[in-house]
Design a protein around this ligand. Structure first.
Ligand code: HEC
Ligand code: HEC
Length: 90
């Protein structure tokens, strides 16, 4: 038959395990690499897109960033719908 003390030990042990796991996850997140995806440039070409609704702005990107445009996307570019989710504005 378990004593009173024994019944209290288990939750304490679980609480410590919980805290350790939480701390490990936090550490992992703090050590994540910095975001490296290029931001939307803050230049004459792109400045008008800073104010627009994202969905509106994204209609214009392909004018220049397409195989026929002045600045085609690099080879192996990730799936490209919703440009501004990845290329953040400043
Ligand atoms: C009128 C043409 C034009 C349009 C429209 C345009 N861009 Fe660009 N973009 C360029 C040119 C040219 C460059 C390369 C020179 C530069 O950095 O400005 C460039 C560069 C970039 C870069 C690379 C920045 C870097 O640091 O290498 C990103 C990201 C980008 N554009 C995103 C976008 C997005 C997102 C849109 C739509 C909201 C967009 N562009 C619309 C012409 C355009
Ligand atoms: C899923 C995330 C994602 C989406 C969506 C996305 N991109 Fe990219 N893009 C990247 C990554 C990652 C790179 C290569 C790493 C970097 O930016 O330096 C890149 C590179 C680029 C570059 C070249 C940057 C340079 O420094 O040479 C341009 C221009 C660009 N993207 C434009 C666009 C446009 C325009 C769209 C929408 C049609 C778009 N991207 C959508 C993630 C994304």
């Amino acid at each position: 038959m378990p004593t009173k003390a024994n019944r209290r030990m288990k939750p304490l042990y679980l609480n410590i395990a919980f805290l350790v796991t939480g701390a490990a996850i936090l550490l992992f997140l703090f050590n994540a690499p910095e975001e490296t995806t290029a931001k939307l440039p803050n230049d004459a070409v792109h400045s008008r897109f800073q104010e627009m609704k994202k969905k509106e702005a994204e209609k214009f990107c392909a004018e220049c960033h397409s195989p026929q445009g002045v600045s085609p996307l690099p080879e192996g570019h990730p799936p490209k719908y919703r440009c501004l989710f990845c290329h953040k504005r400043n």
